[in-house]
Design a protein around this ligand. Structure first.
Ligand SMILES: Cc1cc2nc3c(=O)[nH]c(=O)nc-3n(C[C@H](O)[C@H](O)[C@H](O)COP(=O)(O)OP(=O)(O)OC[C@H]3O[C@@H](n4cnc5c(N)ncnc54)[C@H](O)[C@@H]3O)c2cc1C
Length: 230
């Protein structure tokens, strides 16, 4: 939809990968719609995933015993977070929609993307003492987790050996995005692109492009335990 701002946080090392193709499609389709699209290409940026003392510029609140959560909260309040964090927070602040594009690593997002969550979504910016879940500080935004897997859809069913894919989504969608007040759209999952035919891969790419055409008409999911564990 024209005028909307989208931030795509992308975690894959290889532009020619299937994730790289999904990213390219999203940038092209959303740009065509008149959206302003920003990409944080984490590996290309050599984004620092570790949450350390280096994230605080200048003095510490308590130099005797380092507490990352407290120090980043205090630093945020006095404008003392490192430049890379301030830049990412600005992108988040401006975005109407956050898309996370990545391959599933150990039932989770790759460490570089988890590091982005750990470091960017600090207290005071994304949530605060009693400002969590529907009261989170990033209210008014949408998010969408778009990822690929190595395993098949059958393996990620309730009866499958890996269990329902929704169990994997609980910490990401509910524990992070919903916690910060961000509404969650249905995830977009491309199962096992390495193991399917070229034709099937093309179909999956077309399906993503098609979905993006009507994305702004979608209603967020009901991000409650029932959605994940019913
Ligand atoms: C550390 C680690 C942990 C992992 N943990 C898990 C896990 O817990 N669960 C799980 O299910 N999987 C897991 N995996 C597997 C991982 O999720 C998959 O390898 C990954 O999702 C595949 O996506 P990709 O983009 O890297 O695929 P790629 O290998 O890049 O792409 C697949 C194929 O698509 C082709 N392709 C790319 N673009 C196009 C295009 N435009 N048109 C047609 N074909 C194209 C590529 O050439 C390639 O042949 C893990 C992998 C690693 C390395």
């Amino acid at each position: 939809m024209a005028g909307k701002k989208v931030l795509i946080v992308y975690a894959h090392q290889e532009p020619k990968s299937f994730n790289g193709s999904l990213l390219k499609i999203a940038v092209e389709e959303l740009t065509k719609q008149g959206c302003s699209v920003t990409v944080s290409d984490l590996y290309a940026m050599q984004f620092e995933p570790r949450a350390t003392r280096n994230d605080i510029v200048g003095h510490l609140h308590n130099p005797e015993a380092f507490n990352y959560g407290v120090e980043t909260w205090e630093a945020y309040k006095r404008g003392g977070l490192s430049k890379d964090l301030v830049e990412e927070q600005k992108k988040v602040q401006e975005a109407d929609l956050l898309i996370f594009q990545f391959p599933l690593f150990w039932f989770n997002m790759p460490a570089i993307l988890k590091g982005w969550m750990d470091r960017v979504l600090v207290q005071g910016f994304a949530y605060d003492l009693s400002k969590v879940y529907d009261g989170g500080l990033l209210q008014g935004k949408l998010s969408l987790f778009s990822f690929t897997t190595g395993a098949s859809q059958e393996m990620y069913s309730k009866e499958g050996i890996s269990g329902d894919i929704r169990y994997v989504l609980w910490p990401m969608q509910h524990g992070i995005m919903h916690f910060c007040g961000v509404k969650v759209l249905e995830p977009h999952i491309c199962y096992a692109p390495e193991n399917v035919s070229e034709e099937k891969r093309k179909e999956m790419l077309v399906a993503w492009s098609q979905r993006l055409k009507t994305l702004w008409k979608e209603e967020p999911i009901d991000c409650s335990p029932e959605w994940y564990f019913k």
